[in-house]
Design a protein around this ligand. Structure first.
Ligand SMILES: [Zn+2]
Length: 507
């Protein structure tokens, strides 16, 4: 009777808990059983391991083979444990020495011929392995992704026989190259392509500088999507930690690692027909949704009123907390979801309200119903809302150069640094009570705001929103205090406050 233990890891949200794969070969009639894996994956895993061992010229030991994966109560996907199970069987039947596998974690799904196939969730697994000080062996196709964790003891293997040769001291495994350092060059949409839209460009800059959410209201073809796509290009560069978190979420979603996306802020633009699971995450083996794929980047919801109202309601929590908990059948998984929200909508159902180039045929009542589809509580969490009018054709045709994203990005970065030095977070993350104590507003500015509040019948929530936005505008101009000028511009970036006050939204 022989026992072999191989280390591996399961995957649970962004966590990768250690799993011990124990193989026990005992006397008795030939049998092969696996405990600790979901019933549905056991048979497939047994078939793959059995075939791979046979095709590599090994024999399943005669006797009773019991494989147990502990702890038993972790959710486990089958594929990644094929390699540790196969190696465990070889050690337990004395076909391989156990020594090389001390403090070593193994991963990989086996093809029937013994090739190691790609697994998902490599990056979170690699990060935990580095913390534990373990050697890790991944399928060779996953090596670039694993290298991001900067664990010097990460290896890749393309085939079961590579692992066997390495354990017998015949041939080293391949090692990870240098992880990708900076952002890869690539086509990021540039603000230089946007003609006209001075007001919207300014709103985008303020949104980027303070991390504020933004709603664009305008007729079809006015360039709302074009503007939204340019937000990631003016946001501050990602830190290494942010890049790792974003890449780890991608990895969990089974989207693999793409070098050109490393350190690039994500831009996710789910369609309004997307299901709640696709948007916020979930499923039998919980996977991150669009809001988590947008972590440290931008979530763009075009045609906001067309989204299911219940789905939009779910966004409120992550907008405040920066994470989402999805649960299904008693299992919970937590995924990060600190995204910047940009939404767009038409001014009315036909899209032409206030458009000088077309006639709107919507009744006032229809316009009201359309706008009310967005709940007040969600709207309350959007700091900026502006009109994006159609650009006159002579402006579109003009070849006068407009400012590029890199120039705007420099101002955004300087403004964001001021916020981090002052309060350790962006202005958008200042909570109600903090706003008043941190914004350093001049007395005249507060008086001006109080007057505007009365005139526009603003809510207390709107009061804090205006102050936060004014703080960002002051940061962009390098001002230590918030003045009436900053407050006044902040109010122009909150179009819907005026609608609520009963004045017309568009000219
Ligand atoms: Zn209309």
């Amino acid at each position: 009777m022989t026992v072999a233990t191989i280390l591996s890891r399961s995957q649970q949200g962004l966590d990768a808990p250690l799993v011990r794969v124990e193989v026990h070969v005992g006397a008795g009639l030939p049998a092969f059983s696996i405990v600790g894996l979901p019933e549905t994956v056991v048979k497939e895993s047994k078939d793959r391991v059995r075939a791979a061992l046979a095709n590599c010229g090994f024999e399943l030991p005669a006797g009773h083979i019991t494989v147990s994966l502990a702890p038993a109560d972790l959710p486990k996907e089958g594929g990644r444990f094929d390699l540790p199970i196969a190696v465990g069987i070889l050690i337990a039947s004395a076909q391989l020495p156990p020594g090389p596998f001390d403090a070593t974690e193994l991963y990989g799904e086996l093809s029937l011929g013994g090739e190691l196939l790609s697994i998902r969730g490599v990056l979170p697994t690699a990060l935990q392995g580095r913390r534990a000080g373990h050697t890790q062996v991944f399928p060779a196709v996953n090596l670039d992704e694993a290298a991001l964790a900067r664990n010097g003891r990460v290896h890749g293997a393309a085939h079961l026989m590579d692992v066997v040769s390495w354990a017998r001291g015949m041939r080293p495994l391949s090692t990870a190259g240098e992880p990708v350092a900076g952002t890869m060059p690539g086509a990021v949409p540039d603000l230089a392509d946007v003609r006209g839209q001075a007001h919207a460009r300014r709103a985008l800059e303020v949104a980027a500088a303070g991390g504020h959410s933004l709603l664009l209201i305008g007729p079809p073809g006015s360039g709302k999507s074009m503007l939204a796509q340019r937000l990631p290009g003016i946001l501050p560069p990602m830190t290494e930690d942010e890049a790792l978190e974003t890449a780890a979420v991608r990895s969990l979603a089974g989207r693999g690692f793409r070098v050109e996306e490393w350190r690039r802020r994500p831009f996710r633009s789910p369609h309004h027909t997307a299901s709640a699971v696709a948007l916020v995450g979930g499923g039998g083996r919980p996977r991150p949704g669009e809001i988590s794929l947008a972590h440290h980047g931008v979530l763009f919801l075009d045609e906001l009123p067309e989204f299911d109202r219940n789905v939009l309601e779910v966004l409120r929590e992550p907008l405040e907390s920066g994470y989402i908990v999805v649960s299904r059948a008693g299992r919970q998984a937590e995924f990060p979801a600190r995204f910047q929200l940009i939404a767009a909508m038409n001014p009315c159902p036909c899209g032409h309200l206030g458009d000088p180039a077309a006639v709107c045929k919507c009744s006032e009542a229809r316009v009201a119903v359309y706008r009310n589809r967005i709940s007040g509580p969600l709207l309350d969490r959007i700091d900026l809302h502006i009109e994006v009018p159609r650009v006159p054709s002579e402006v579109l045709a003009s070849d006068e150069p407009t400012e590029s994203s890199s120039a705007v990005a420099m101002r955004v970065l300087a403004a964001r640094r001021r916020q981090l030095e002052r309060q350790g977070r962006s202005n958008a993350q200042l909570d109600g009570p903090l706003v008043v104590s941190r914004v350093s507003a001049e007395r005249a500015a507060l008086r001006f705001l109080a007057g505007a509040m009365r005139q526009l019948a603003l809510s207390a929530r709107a009061y804090h929103r205006v102050l936060r936005v004014a703080r960002t505008i002051a940061d962009l101009s390098g001002s230590a205090t918030v003045t009436s000028v900053h407050v006044s511009e902040a109010i122009t970036l909150r179009q819907l406050d005026r609608r609520i006050a009963g004045t017309s939204i568009s000219g």
